[in-house]
Every structure is written in C-alpha cells, then in structure tokens.
Design a protein around this ligand. Structure first.
Ligand code: B3K
Ligand code: ZN
Length: 883
C-alpha cells in the first residue's frame, strides 16, 4: 500500500466555489526544460457574508517563483504552500493575484499540463492538468475569460496558438517572437490550450448558415499535410450537420486543430483549438484502413460537437462528466448514422458497447453514468460515462421522439448557455420541454449495472391474443446491492409466416392505434403486455434497434433465429438474431468440449449465413456485419466461468464449418467484391471491402488443413492497393505459423518503418496473434526501436492490444500474461500513470475465471498494490479490482 492512501471525493460533498476568477492573463516564456508562466487572475469572493474564507488554489509539480496580491509581493509568511496547493488565508473581496511559476515541459512524461511532443509544445488540461501550469481554481465551475501571450524561439516554434482570436503577433529580441490570443467565451481551465511548434497547415473555409466566414486550419508535422484532407472534410460536414440537426452554429472566426504524436487519448475539445492524437487526423489509402477513416470521422465530429455540448455548456463538477461526454457521443453517433448507414453504425456501436461497457458494468469497476465518488477523475473517462451515457441520451430520444428531443435540446441550450451544469439540469430541460416526468427514467444515471430482461411470448390462437411478459432485474454492483426497476424503452415486433410485421394493438387501445412494431415502456419488475387481433405469429423480434442497453434472455429455437436472420424488418434485430444463434451454438460446443463429447454444428446456421450471402438486395456493410461471428469476449461474457481455450476452439470450429459448407458462395462473393477501382473511403466502397474481407476470414479458417491458404494470403497481402485489404490479409496471416507470416511481417515493417502510425499496426498485429509464442514476441518487441514506453500510441498498440484483445494468450494457464501485465504496469506507472491505469482493467476481471487463474490474477494485483510510490490512478483501479 502507498504511504498516504489517496482519498475519495464524493458527489454529495459538492460546494460552489468560494471565489470566482473573472479574467486570466497568461504569459508563457517557452523553453523546453524551463518554461516561465505568469498568471494574472482577477478574483472576487463568491460566498455570502460571514467570516473571510481562505482561497485555496490547486497546484501540481510547480515551482513557485513569486506571488503578488494587488501588486504587493507576498512573503513566505503571507501564504501556505504544499505540493498540491497554494493558500491565502484572508484575501480581500476583490483583488488581483499575480503568480509566476516555472515548469519543465520536456520532463512531463505524464502528458498532462504543458508538455513537449516531437519538439512541439502542447497542452492537455482535462481533467486537472491546468494546475500543472499555474496555481488555479482548477475546477470546471470556475469560468473565466482568457488572454494568452506566448513567447518562444521563432525558428524552432514558428506557430504559436491558443484559444480564441489572434490579437497580435510580432518578432521580439533574441530571435524570439510572440503572439497574443484572446478568447471571448468564458471557459473552465480544463479547456485552456496552447501549442507552439514548427507545423505545416491545411487551411480551408466554412460559411455558417448565418453567413460567418470561419477559417479552418489543421496543423500537422511537415510532410503530412496531404493526409489531412479527409479530416478537413469531416470537420466541414460536422459543422453543417450540427446546424441542420440541432440549429447549433460555430461561434468564432477561427477553428484550429493540431495533431500531435504523443497524446493520452483520442483528442481534446479545447475551445477553438482542438488537440488531436495524430492517428485521428492523418489518413490516405496507403496508410489508413476503412476503420481508421471511420475513427477520424467519429473523433473529428465528436470534438467539434463539444463546442456546444461541453464548451459553451460545461459540467458543474466531474461527477457530471457524462453530461458532456454521453451527449456528445450520442451526437457523433447520430452524425455517423446520417453520413453512413444508420443500421450498420448502430450495429457497430452495439458491438463496441458490449465489448467494452457491458464487462465494465458487470465487474469490480462498475459505476453509475453519474458516479458518486472517485479517487482519480482521469480513471472515469470510461465506456460507462461515454457509451452508456450515449445510450441514455438515445433512449430519451426514443421516449420523447425526435422532435421532442430537439425541443429539449433547444431548451437546454437556451437555459444553460455559458453555464456549468448537471445531468439533472439536462434531464429537466428534456422533461420541461415535453411536459413529461422523467423521474423513473433518471435511475439510469444513478444505478450501475446492465439490466437483464427475461422475455416470454405466448400466443393464444383461440382469441388471437399475444401476451408478452417481461421481467427486469438489475444485478448488484459495488456499493449498490439493491436496485429499483428502471424505465426501459423496449422496441418489439411480431413477424408472420411471410416475414411481414404484424400490426400491434395493445389491450385497451382501438384498432387505429395498431402499428407494425412498437416501443413498450417497461417500468415494473414484472409486466405483461397483451396484444389483440393477432394472426398466428412466426417469430418475436425484441429490442429492435437495440432500443435499450440491456441483456435479454429469450428462449428461441435455431429455426426461429434463422427465420429472423432472413426476415426481420429491423436490421439491428436481424443482425442480433444471427449473433444469438451463433452464440447458442458456440456455447453449446464449449460445453461439449469440456465434457469431451463434441457433436456436429447445426447446419441451419451455415445455411442462414449462406442466404445472407446470396441476398443481393442487402447493403454490403450490413452483410459483412451479419456474417461475422460474435467475438470471443462476447462469448466469455455469457459464460459462468470463462474458458478461453474452449471458446477459441468452438469459434474456430464454427468458422471452419461455415467455410466448408459455403465454399462456393464465399469464393463468388470474394471475387465479386474485389474491384480494380481506385480506393475511395466512402461508406459504400468501405462496405464492399468489409464484405470481401469478412468472407476472406472464413476462407482463411481452412489454413490448418489447406497448405494453399497461407501462400494465398501472402499473395493478397502483396497485391493489395490499399491498407484495408493489406491489413485484412496480414491479420489472418499472423495466426498461421510459417514462412509466409514472417515474410509478410518483415515486408510490412520495411515498407512502413518511417511511418509511426503504420508501425503501430505492425506492433498490434503481432500482439493479437493466436500463435502460442505471442507473449515471447511481444516481450521481444519491447526492445525494438519501434517501441517506446514514453509513447502512449506504442504502449496501446503493443501492450494494450495483447492484454485487452488477445484473451487466448493473455489468459495463458501458467499466468505468464498476468505477470507480464503487472510488470509493465509498474514500469509504466512512473512514466504515465493515466495510461498505466487505463490498461489495467483486464486484470480486474478475475472473478470471471477458474480458481487457478483467479489466484494468479489477484496475486498480480497485490504485487502492483505493494509497489512503493504507486500513482493514485493505478492505486484506484488495482484496489477496486481486488475489492
Ligand atoms: N474530453 C476529452 C477527454 C479528456 C480525458 C482526460 N483524461 C476527449 C473527449 O471526450 O472528447
Ligand atoms: Zn468527448
């Protein structure tokens, strides 16, 4: 245990700040290892009467040079300094504070505050990085107007940027130059940003619907401007979309994006100066896959949408993080749905939710969308805050309808523009704008855990009625043993024998209310919905569109599932029918493997996949999703005790079964979707590649018995004219031992060794390989010149890919994967605690495994906790994982 155990902060302890900071004047004299920061703060007391309250400013890793109050330099006795704060006991009601600090950006490997990445100065202040620049009330409900002066060497740092508008830029003595920026919009400190470096720029323009001409600039390292075209296009489409869908327009004459290579996460929405991990900006057909393009669209739009949901209206405190993150993820999902295929986007979002959020919600780190306590806020940028938060917003839209939701958004903006508010404020705007009570619905904010619905349908042929009984239960989560029933919007449908939707009329409604499919309000622990005038149904379709983020138990035969795979009018439910059919089969096989009594797979599944392949009317991107098996992680989630080897074997065997049964269809589809046309990243072309490569994945499943597969994959790898197809072939080849695998990996490295983002792919591919010697290779790659523990992208590509995306080898029975994970965590923690903590989650899933693995995983968590000088970040995750 660390000496001083970090303490938790509780939502209930929130108090408004005692002081307001109206304006902030910053002056930076940039030097990589000794930057001077002068801050002039205009401060006013904000408490009501009573005794004078002390002003306690946050600080972290700062060297204090001087403090002056209203121009008078303070002596050491006039203030109290700790390593985390600067306190002035009795300040006047209104005053100016001048603070000078010295910081070392070059030594800032945490990448929080001001740091240097590839000789570019940049900042990351969310959540609590600003206090690593100067002493401040570093909390989101303190909003100020910033003016920032930057001085730096002109030759090394020709580009000087901060938030808002450029007021002045000129040369000064000593080969230096300076720039002054002013941001007219009051903002919390976490949205402050500064960038200085030698960067190239792609400039474009956007005219807002009210006629404002906005200059758009994307800054990147020299030589990379050609790869910024797609990001710029995404930005412009996002700006237009937010005007059209939500009436929200950009509010300054300038919008800057800077891409840097070292960044703790994807990107950051600083007011008018977004800073990005360059992997979410740079793309061309030779270096980026379709998934990379889609990721760029998601992140560029997400950060842009924050301008309203996050920047103009921000969070009162960090417990409200989902106020901006859940809402903004919802907005970027909606944007992608409008730009691409809505069902395919939804399916991909559901896959991601199940892969990342459901396990979190069912494990030791489960927390509500609006948490009640935290030790380190950076640990709460989670799938629950983001993705489940977005699901909540989506459910509100389902409940209120699109127009009702828009009314709520309008009211939210009208009421709260310029304020720091709460999730309750958001829900109140939605409720008030629509005259509805969202009281029960709001339990989604406060109760953690994925609700489980048990559904049963009964048709009564005598009176043509259909009774749908729904029971809900939310499993206990840390600190929340008992749950109240939630309001779950459940979209359902009934299909007749021809696959048509039966019109559904609830008991007590008249015939005119009948619609093909409906959204039921599930609100009680146990409820029965009765439909009348129902002709004989063939199959029940539930949670259409994945209307609620829940797990469902519904007994259906393989024949029913196959029927839904072929006919459901809701594409998401149609996809889900295939996922559930495959899951049933593979879990049965897992059980048979464990009992040494394996039987053949039900041929009906391969037949249903074959029908999808032969259905020319289907969107290709949808077909690709519909034929892809659920991942090993999803199957693991559905087992009482996870057996990674049996899951792998069951999944491989099903791939082989399908590949053999559909050999001709697969070959035909592969050829039909292999085109000679030049690469285009549009959704339709990407869908064609997705289908081709999904088919290829089945064909490659035959590699064990067919010596022709590996050479074929190597040929495809070599012949590829774009990164999507090249990666697809290589991904399959890395699971096949032999000379082809090595030849392709060597070739890949030689081709792309000078391109760090592509080298990340090379690292990841080796880390996710199913081959038995994968961990040894990963360990060897730690010493490769392409790897560096200081670079988050490298750490995620190699260590993160192995620990989070290779369950088969990570969970090796000898515990070697766990030991490696603990050892790397301890090596990374002193360098970058945020990233170290973020990667730790898989070790906390020990409850899901057999006793021998449990013991090994817990021992590694204990080893981590026993280490001296552990960061609060890693301490919080490791200790909660053991609780
Ligand atoms: N708001 C940032 C995340 C900041 C993470 C701080 N540890 C990116 C985003 O969600 O847009
Ligand atoms: Zn965000």
């Amino acid at each position: 245990m660390p000496q001083d155990q970090p303490t938790a902060i509780h939502r209930q302890d929130y108090r408004p700040p005692d002081y307001r900071i109206e304006t902030v004047d910053l002056e930076f004299d940039l030097e990589p290892s000794a930057t001077r920061v002068k801050a002039r703060l205009a401060i006013t007391a904000a408490y009501d009467g009573g005794a004078v309250r002390p002003l306690v400013l946050h600080g972290d890793a700062l060297e204090l040079m001087s403090v002056a109050l209203d121009g008078r330099v303070l002596g050491a006795g006039d203030y109290a300094l700790t390593d985390k704060s600067l306190t002035i006991a009795k300040p006047p009601a209104t005053f100016t504070l001048d603070i000078e600090t010295r910081i070392n950006p070059a030594a800032n490997t945490q990448l929080s505050g001001l740091y240097v990445s590839n000789n570019v100065f940049c900042t990351q202040c969310e959540a609590e990085g600003f206090r690593r620049i100067t002493y401040f009330l570093d909390r989101p409900d303190v909003m100020a107007v910033y003016r920032t002066t930057i001085r730096a060497d002109r030759a090394q740092y020709p580009v000087l940027l901060s938030n808002g508008n450029l007021v002045e830029q000129r040369d000064i003595e000593g080969g230096r130059h300076m720039a002054v920026w002013h941001d007219p919009f009051p903002k919390p400190s976490y949205l402050f940003a500064l960038v200085a470096g030698d960067l190239a720029c792609n400039e474009d323009h956007f005219t807002t619907r009210s006629g404002r001409d906005v200059t758009l600039r994307i800054f990147v390292e020299h030589g990379k401007v050609e790869r910024t075209g797609y990001a710029m296009d995404c930005l412009k489409r996002s700006m237009r979309w937010d005007e059209e869908r939500f009436g929200l327009e950009y509010d300054l004459d300038l919008f800057n994006i800077v891409a840097v290579s070292d960044f703790n996460m994807g990107a950051m929405e600083n007011k008018s100066l977004n800073v990005f991990n360059d992997r979410y900006i740079l793309a061309d057909p030779q270096t980026a896959t379709d998934a990379d393009y889609a990721g760029i669209e998601t992140v560029v739009s997400h950060e842009y949408f924050h301008n309203w949901t996050g920047d103009r209206i921000t969070c009162r405190d960090w417990f409200q993080l989902s106020l901006k993150e859940g809402l903004t993820v919802f907005r970027d999902h909606e944007f992608s749905s409008d730009q691409r295929s809505r069902p395919v986007t939804r399916i991909q979002n559901v896959r991601a939710l199940r892969a990342r959020q459901f396990p979190e919600d069912g494990g030791p780190l489960a927390h509500p969308v609006r948490p009640d306590s935290y030790i380190e806020i950076n640990n709460f940028y989670t799938a629950t805050i983001y993705e489940k938060g977005a699901e909540l917003i989506g459910m509100m839209q389902t409940v209120l309808g699109r127009d009702g939701f828009r009314k709520g958004m309008d009211l939210y903006v009208q009421r709260h523009d310029g304020q720091a508010v709460t999730c309750d404020d958001f829900a109140a705007a939605m409720a008030d704008a629509n005259g509805v009570d969202l009281g029960q619905f709001k339990l989604w904010y406060s109760q953690a855990g994925t609700p489980e619905l048990t559904i049963e349908g009964k048709y009564d042929a005598r009176d043509g009625s259909y009774a749908l009984s729904v029971a809900q239960r939310c499993p206990p989560t840390p600190g929340q043993p008992d749950k109240q029933p939630m309001h779950i919007p459940l979209a359902v449908g009934l299909l007749d024998a021809q696959g048509r939707d039966i019109r559904l009329q609830l008991d007590g409604e008249d015939t005119s209310a009948a619609t093909p499919g409906r959204v039921l309000a599930v609100t009680a622990p146990q409820q029965t919905f009765r439909f009348r005038n129902v002709p004989e149904p063939r199959a029940l379709s539930v949670n259409r569109g994945f209307s609620a983020p829940v797990n469902i138990t519904l007994k259906q035969s393989g024949a029913e599932r196959a029927f839904l795979m072929g006919h459901d009018s809701d594409p998401v439910a149609r996809w889900e029918a295939g996922q559930q059919f495959a899951t049933d089969l593979m879990l049965k096989r897992v059980d048979e493997i464990q009992r040494h009594a394996v039987s053949a797979y039900d041929p009906a599944f391969a037949e249903a996949i074959g029908q999808i392949l032969r259905d020319d009317g289907l969107e290709k991107a949808f077909a690709a999703e519909a034929i892809a098996l659920p991942g090993a992680d999803y199957l693991a989630e559905r087992m009482a005790v996870v057996d990674v080897e049996a899951i792998h074997a069951a999944r491989e065997a099903l791939r082989v079964t399908i590949a053999q049964a559909l050999r001709r269809d697969l070959g035909r589809i592969f050829d039909a979707n292999t085109s000679g046309a030049p690469f285009s990243p549009d959704a339709e072309s990407a869908g064609r590649r997705a289908l081709r490569n999904a088919v290829l994945s089945y064909q490659a499943a035959l590699a064990a018995d067919d010596p022709g597969v590996a050479p074929h994959l190597l040929d495809l790898y070599r012949a590829a004219d774009n990164m999507t197809d090249r990666m697809a072939a290589l991904r399959l080849l890395v699971d096949v031992a032999g000379s082809e695998r090595q030849a392709a990996l060597d070739d890949f490295y030689e081709r792309y060794r000078d391109d760090p983002l592509v080298v990340d792919k090379w690292l990841s591919l080796q880390a996710v390989s199913a081959l038995p010697d994968t961990l040894d290779r990963v360990k060897a790659l730690l010493g490769h010149p392409a790897f560096a523990m200081e670079k988050p992208n490298k750490v995620r590509a190699l260590i993160g890919a192995f620990t989070a995306s290779n369950p088969l080898r990570y969970h090796a029975a000898d515990g070697s994967g766990y030991a490696f994970h603990a050892e790397r965590t301890l090596a990374l923690d002193p360098i970058n605690p945020q990233v170290a903590a973020r990667l730790l989650a898989p070790l906390g899933r020990w409850q899901r495994f057999d006793a021998a693995r449990q013991a090994k995983m817990k021992a590694e968590l204990q080893r981590i906790l026993a280490a001296p000088k552990l960061s609060p970040d890693v301490y919080e995750i490791a200790s909660k994982s053991l609780a």
